[in-house]
Design a binder for this molecule. Structure first.
Ligand code: GLC
Length: 437
């Protein structure tokens, strides 16, 4: 085992070195040539074990992109390699967008506080305080923005699948199909010409199309971006009559955990968080309960337009373990789902969609494959909820999967085979963290 771990560590370090662009790391050289929000946070968590200054740089370079209103964009574009799809995502029409940098106008799961604290753990107390003092205003501003511009009844509302990080997971596919499917796409589909549109895609030049979102969904996501961009990504204006608005389960779980980290950071540097914010944080924990469906015994994302749950089972149902605010009984219910064959008990766990779900597909992007980042979140949640054995077994299995197949973007949960992009940064970084835990 020692020997395997050493080999995997070396391979993972090489991936991070190859994707290093000086002060930030691209998710995968060819397929994702920019800086992404949650990718950089995951990467910083791994880098903290190798070179703490470089890990800090990963995050300070991420907040270069923070907007004047506090929003942290999901992408900071590198100068090169911007295609049509990327250009339509640029948020510079918004008055809050930074000068001299091109960022997207969307956000992504708020993992910044988690990554800041992980780096903090590697520092002496005086160094940690100074690191926290540097990052605290940015995290505070970001969380306040989420509450100010995006909250409804305690939950954060997302406007586009890309904001969830689990882009085309079944709940989002359902929402796109039912709420934001452009009329012209129906026509193109009828005429059976969506397949020809592959010619315009960059991703399927790198990765087989069976492993990616289908053309029609990609186009619907693009059309929705265009709509948001026409409104200059002004969240409050958009939320007055949104096409689609989702209280995303994964995002909200990560935000609840990030709020707890923000409180730790504030305490360490002797700062008092505003009362209003503390109240909002409490409300978020309570509101998570609104995403629980007693009958199916699962959590779901919520449709903020209809106030109904989107009854499409996905791996997000397990993330309240990571949020850390659910009852012991509820946590036990979630853990039992990990052991059921029609749900999440796969040979190479944890599948992004339950094995028995009609949407399950073992190799298609977020519709079944196992991802190292969601495993990492679940492992962390299991540990903190008192399920040490389950956490340890998933940790070991995740390392074995990467040892067997390499630092790929995702993996087939049935046979562990590698899928998506090779040399993927967060797979490498989080595997380092899992080995050095
Ligand atoms: C895809 C993933 C998203 C990730 C990005 C860069 O869009 O769905 O979560 O941040 O790729 O790796």
């Amino acid at each position: 085992m020692e020997e395997t771990n050493t080999k995997v560590l070396e391979a993972a370090k090489a991936v991070l070195a190859a994707n290093d662009r000086g002060s930030y790391t691209v998710p995968a050289g060819d397929l994702y040539p920019h800086q992404w929000l949650w990718d950089s946070c995951f990467t910083a968590i791994g880098l903290a074990h190798l070179d703490v200054d470089r890990a800090k740089a990963e995050l300070t370079s991420l907040i270069r992109g923070q907007w004047a209103n506090g929003m942290v964009p999901h992408i900071i574009f590198s100068d090169k390699k911007r295609d049509i799809n990327q250009r339509s995502q640029e948020g510079w029409l918004n008055p809050h967008a930074p000068n001299g940098l091109i960022t997207s106008g969307l956000t992504q799961p708020p993992l910044l506080a988690e990554a800041v604290v992980r780096i903090g753990k590697k520092l002496s107390l005086p160094e940690r305080r100074s690191w926290y003092r540097q990052m605290y205003p940015h995290i505070l501003h970001y969380h306040k923005w989420l509450y100010k511009d995006r909250a409804k009844d305690g939950l954060i509302i997302l406007l586009h699948p890309y904001e969830s990080g689990l882009d085309n997971s079944p709940a989002w596919s359902f929402e796109l199909h039912t709420k934001a499917w452009p009329w012209w796409l129906k026509v193109l589909k009828k005429l059976k010409i969506t397949a020809a549109l592959s010619l315009f895609r960059r991703d399927t030049r790198q990765v087989p199309s069976a492993q990616r979102a289908d053309n029609a969904e990609g186009l619907a996501a693009w059309a929705l971006i265009r709509k948001l961009s026409r409104k200059a990504y002004d969240s409050r204006a958009i939320l007055k009559s949104p096409k689609l608005a989702v209280a995303d389960l994964a995002f909200n779980c990560i935000f609840i955990r990030a709020n707890a980290h923000l409180q730790t950071i504030a305490k360490t540097i002797g700062q008092e968080l505003p009362d209003e914010l503390l109240k909002q944080m409490q409300e978020s924990e309570i509101a998570l309960e609104h995403l629980w469906d007693e009958q199916s015994g699962q959590y779901f994302s919520g449709d903020a337009l209809t106030s109904h749950l989107i009854m499409e089972p996905t791996i997000a149902t397990l993330l309240p373990l990571y949020a850390g605010c659910i009852s012991a009984e509820r946590a036990q219910q979630l853990v039992s789902m990990l052991g059921k064959r029609n749900l999440f008990k796969a040979n190479w766990p944890v599948p992004s969609v339950p094995l028995g779900s009609s949407s399950f597909s073992p190799i298609r992007y977020w519709q079944g494959p196992t991802w190292v980042n969601t495993n990492w979140l679940i492992i962390d949640g299991l540990k903190r909820s008192g399920f040490g054995d389950e956490a340890e077994s998933l940790r070991q299995k995740t390392i074995d999967m990467v040892a067997k197949s390499g630092c790929y973007e995702y993996f087939n949960p049935l046979n562990g085979s590698p899928e998506g992009a090779n040399n993927f940064s967060w797979t490498a970084a989080l595997t380092i963290d899992l080995i050095k835990h």
